[in-house]
Write a protein that binds this ligand. Structure first.
Ligand code: SF4
Length: 146
């Protein structure tokens, strides 16, 4: 089982969960057939299905049963699409071990979570820096020589 492997393996599964979600999001409203996803990420169907179910449990994707080439399979579709996939990179909830216990008004909650708070602060400061760089570039005057 993935959860019982050594720490290195757990980390790689966490990375894979983020990669899987990012790829699903990139497919937009159409989603992606799970078999294609497993192929792209070189995952076994066992590991891939676990990750897909994990994302479904977290309310991030839905697994839609579809008939493809005469066989039943699942299409994975993101439930909410961000404007830009960079906004989900590194989101702590994707790989959080406490996610199953996390509720808005529970003892584990996004309202009191340090991980999500730090992530939001880091993302916000990155965006502010990007905006400053962009604004500075806009205001640099090119000298005119006559
Ligand atoms: S809000 Fe915090 S505790 Fe809840 S799932 Fe996200 S990272 Fe985990």
């Amino acid at each position: 089982m993935i959860e019982q492997d050594n720490k290195g393996r757990e980390e790689s599964i966490e990375d894979l969960t983020s990669k899987v979600f990012k790829l699903i999001v990139e497919q937009g409203k159409e989603g992606i057939l799970q078999s294609r996803l497993w192929k792209e990420l070189n995952l076994t169907s066992r590991d891939g299905s676990r990750i897909a179910m994990r994302l479904e449990k977290r309310g991030l994707v839905r697994r839609q049963r579809v008939l493809e080439n005469g066989r039943w399979t699942f299409r994975l579709i993101a439930l909410r699409l961000p404007l830009d996939t960079t906004s989900i990179e590194g989101a702590p909830c994707l790989t959080c071990n406490l996610e199953s216990m996390c509720t808005e008004d529970g003892s584990v909650s996004p309202n009191t979570c340090r991980l999500i708070e730090n992530w939001v602060l880091v993302e916000m400061s990155k965006r502010i820096d990007d905006k400053r760089e962009h604004d500075t570039a806009d205001t640099i005057q090119v000298p005119r020589y006559k």
